[in-house]
Write a protein that binds this ligand. Sequence first.
Ligand SMILES: Nc1ncnc2c1ncn2[C@@H]1O[C@H](COP(=O)(O)OP(=O)(O)OP(=O)(O)O)[C@@H](O)[C@H]1O
Ligand SMILES: [Mg+2]
Length: 383
Amino acid sequence: MSQNDIGSETAPGRPATIEPVYRLVGAGADGEDRTVEAALRPMDLDEFIGQERVREQLNLMLRAARARGATADHVLLSGAPGLGKTTLSMIIAAEMDAPLRITSGPAIEHAGDLAAVLSSLTGGEVLFLDEIHRMSRPAEEMLYMAMEDFRVDVVVGTGLGATAIPLELPPFTLVGATTRAGLLVPPLRDRFGFTAHLEFYAPAELERVIHRSARLLDVAIEPEGAAEIAGRSRGTPRIANRLLRRVRDYAQVKADGVVTREVASAALAVYEIDGRGLDRLDRTVLGALLGLFGGGPVGLSTLAVAVGEERETVEEVAEPFLVREGLLARTPRGRVATPAAWAHLGLAPLPQGGSGTGQQGPFGTGPGGPAASPSPRQRPPRR
Ligand SMILES: Nc1ncnc2c1ncn2[C@@H]1O[C@H](COP(=O)(O)OP(=O)(O)OP(=O)(O)O)[C@@H](O)[C@H]1O
Ligand SMILES: [Mg+2]
């Protein structure tokens, strides 16, 4: 299986996902998630928590298709990892009472691979194409023809002797999922009759996810315990479910098995996940930005060297959440901490700036300055 990002516009030579360090708050699925997730997946739209608008629209569309006895329109689901795209694709098949076929962009190396999948579909089947933005260009072209005309041209032979044999397909519903909707070519995007963008979940919704999972996993949990976990789950059900499992372990070993606020808080402290869901990597980056560079602006490379990580790790693993949380800003002059970052690490902003004014840092290290480790005096408290 090729890991190359054929046909997409990601930076050349860079893998599509960079998550080199294992993180309890990483949004991608780890091995344990894959086994447990099957048990925790909502099976129908009523059980699916949050995303009210998407749920309502999808519900209408599927009901109407069912009433007409037709296959549903093609659906594109976009959104960050762990927000429920795979879950929704399974729900769509279940609601349509149709079989589900699962494949993914990286698994389709050649147009021929796609032709093989498409030609084996039965009428009404739901084809789930995960990571659809990672499909090769030729396969992409074949796909949008198949989506519109339910027909593919299979090329047999090579060179002058090559002929295209048209192949009729039964009607099917394509459900495409992507974390990078912007990478899809417009002709492909336009052939989806329904496009849904999944948003991050509100804490109250994550609390419901946690209560539901606790019930399924037979974990006793108090509302305050669920709230404590929800607040640290970065708006992502997958992370909420994972943190719940780690808190459950702690509750079993160190307490009487019941997840109270105190138990959740103590458990997550062991895993170094703070009250806002930042882990050690996030706090190291933020701590260096404040402690070494006075809050910035500082260049990405300098910041990366200062924390002893790769540029990509800082940029693609740590920063997105810090930016989303309003703790860090990316500016043309470099990375800048916001006032909220100082408050979060329990530090007072430097008097002459520290929030984007470009003043010198506490050690006279402006952007590009020496990358020593933060002095104990300036080192932000670790939680
Ligand atoms: N709305 C929801 N209600 C309840 N549980 C949810 C919801 N959304 C996601 N989950 C749970 O979160 C976990 C991850 O969801 P899912 O695998 O569908 O995410 P995804 O968007 O496909 O992620 P990826 O981009 O990594 O493939 C699953 O165990 C699922 O049960
Ligand atoms: Mg998925």
